[in-house]
Design a protein around this ligand. Structure first.
Ligand SMILES: [Zn+2]
Length: 572
């Protein structure tokens, strides 16, 4: 009998787990028993995945505790990696049976691709890749600075970038970047180890280069590297001019002649920064009120996360950087990790991660694990659409964070940052295509520096980097995705586009848009990607037309909010 929870499962040793794999391998599959076999396999797989997730969460909560790290690494070696090997045998068994259980066409396609890519020789490398990711977290997590007599994290320091005093912002920005530059060599070394490991993964799988390997590993059936290039082009044509306009408006309002990197986050009208909450409990309570307005069921999901201790939101020294939502596969529950310090950006992050969390809740009733493995291209729709679906309820009269005065400001910031986001996404995606198209050149970090700077110059010409060459060039070192989850970047750009389409639907009929959103989340990964988008009321698209419509809607809404005409804190 398998244990009822992953916490219990974490006490199991490998031989006990292996006997369950043996049992699954020994059964003869038929139409009559396939459902039961899949259910048993799923249950085992979910426990293995959740075991890893639990230990991963524990270690990112305190990267300074070597025992948490050790526990995680030991699990990878003793349980997770051997399980992958056993799992491959079960995939082959299922595929060889020719059986196609209901709702399983997409999972079978995915399992077939995974099975073809699988090599025994890659197991230790994939494990090593996870260990290198821990090294990256540790380096970034330990970056602190002394600011006004106090030792603080870089996340906390960068709160200063929202202050109206421009000199103060510049000082904070330079201090933070100087601290990050101290780890430049360490990150360059780590980078080489990642690149070498990734070439080897591809070679072992009989592929000429890592991008082909990664494409298959990420199960990207619906678009090619050429589509990504077309998307970058469309962004350059359609979004960059709009992003330049945002920068020009900001410069005019701030009365400055050039926009420096420390001028991007402060209020353009020189007001004190929005500080929507102080204590983390306030973030949770107000977040809850907002989700209840979006949909009472979503509100209850969020409340259950609080009561089940599935939220860890405040910024502390030693916590890994960033924010994420981690599904606990066996419990069918999500966990949200954040580094909240009290900013408007933190509110957006909570809305975002909650969107991911709602995906876990909505798809929880699907019976088999492979149906729950949602493609990232759609997972980010769940999160990014939630940022916009929640936007009518941000005001205090809905129990939210902002006065009627502040809410338009927060919304304008958010929308303008979407226009800056697509170009920065194009930089990040194009950078990675360059890296893996030029694996030898990319082994010299100086080439990465140069390429990154060129791409920033092309897609984000509105930021003035004069006399900041080092800081500009090393920007790629601060993007954890390049190190930890390569090529996981274009998903955000695709999903942002869909999120704006869903928001457009919501402006016409909020209740219907939320209904479609929820029903698409419930599908898990049982229909093709384009159908998931369609179910949510969006179109899976790369083209200038779709981008142009999204940009136009954002621009007209910003204009309306700026004029305060037609601003209505009540949802339509
Ligand atoms: Zn996300």
């Amino acid at each position: 009998m398998l244990p009822g929870s992953a916490l219990e499962f974490l006490n199991w040793d490998w031989s006990r787990i292996e006997s369950h794999f043996r049992d699954l391998r020994s059964r003869n599959l038929s139409g009559a028993n396939i459902a039961a076999w899949l259910a048993d396999w799923s249950r085992l797989k979910e426990l293995i995945e959740e075991g890893q997730s639990r230990l991963y969460v524990a270690k990112t909560l305190d990267t300074a505790d070597p025992q948490r790290e050790q526990r995680y690494l030991r699990y990878l070696e003793e349980i997770y990696t051997p399980a992958e090997q056993q799992d491959q045998k079960l995939k082959q068994k299922l595929l060889a049976s020719g059986l196609e259980p209901e709702g399983f066409a997409i999972p079978l396609r995915n399992l077939r691709a995974q099975s073809e890519l699988y090599r025994d020789a890659n197991l230790p490398l994939l494990e090593q890749e996870k260990k290198l990711s821990s090294d990256y977290d540790r380096i970034r997590g330990n970056q602190t600075v002394e600011w006004e007599g106090e030792e603080i994290t870089i996340s906390r320091l960068f709160l200063e970038l929202e202050e109206p005093d421009r000199d103060r912002r510049a000082r904070a920005w330079r201090l933070g970047r100087a601290r990050q530059l101290q780890d430049r060599e360490a990150l360059n070394d780590l980078w080489l180890r990642f690149l070498d490991l990734r070439s080897e993964l591809a070679r072992n799988a009989d592929l000429a280069e890592y991008r082909s390997y990664r494409w298959r590993q990420l199960l990207r059936f619906d678009y090619t590297p050429d589509d990504c290039r077309r998307f970058h082009e469309a962004i350059a044509t359609v979004v960059v001019p709009a992003a330049v306009n945002v920068a020009d408006r900001r410069k005019r309002a701030l009365g400055i002649s050039s926009l420096r990197p420390w001028d991007a986050s402060a209020d353009k009208n020189g007001r004190e920064p929005l500080r929507p909450f102080v204590a983390v409990q306030e973030l949770i309570d107000k977040g809850s009120a907002i989700f209840h307005h979006v949909d009472p069921v979503l509100g209850r999901y969020f409340d259950s996360m609080q009561s089940e201790k599935l939220l860890d939101l405040d910024n502390r020294k030693g916590k890994a950087p960033g924010g994420y939502n981690e599904p606990f596969a066996a419990a069918r529950r999500p966990f949200i990790f954040m580094n909240a310090v009290g900013t408007a950006g933190d509110v957006e992050t909570l809305l975002h991660e909650a969107g991911h969390a709602f995906h876990v809740f909505e798809s929880a009733s699907l019976p088999y694990y492979p149906q729950l493995q949602v493609p990232m291209e759609f997972a980010e729709v769940a999160s990014m659409a939630m940022e916009l679906l929640a936007s009518p309820f941000l005001t205090t009269d809905h129990g939210g964070f902002y006065t009627d005065e502040q809410a338009p400001r927060a919304r304008i910031d958010h929308l303008e940052r979407i226009l800056w986001f697509w170009p920065s996404m194009a930089v990040g995606d194009a950078f990675q295509h360059w890296v893996y198209e030029h694996p030898d050149a990319a082994r010299d970090p100086a080439n990465c520096d140069r390429t990154y700077a060129e791409l920033v110059g092309r897609f984000m010409p509105f930021i003035d980097w004069s006399d900041l060459a080092q800081e500009l060039r090393t920007g790629w070192q601060r993007v954890l995705h390049f190190f930890q989850v390569p090529f996981y970047y274009v998903e955000y750009g695709l999903a942002q586009l869909a999120a704006v389409q869903i928001w457009k639907n919501a402006l016409e009929d909020q209740a219907r848009a939320v209904r479609r959103y929820r029903s698409a989340l419930r599908l898990g990964y049982t229909v093709p990607l384009a159908e998931l988008y369609q179910a949510a009321g969006a179109r899976f698209a790369f083209d200038p037309k779709a981008l142009g419509e999204a940009v136009a809607l954002i621009e007209s809404t910003v204009e309306r909010l700026e004029q305060r005409r037609g601003w209505d804190s009540n949802p339509r």
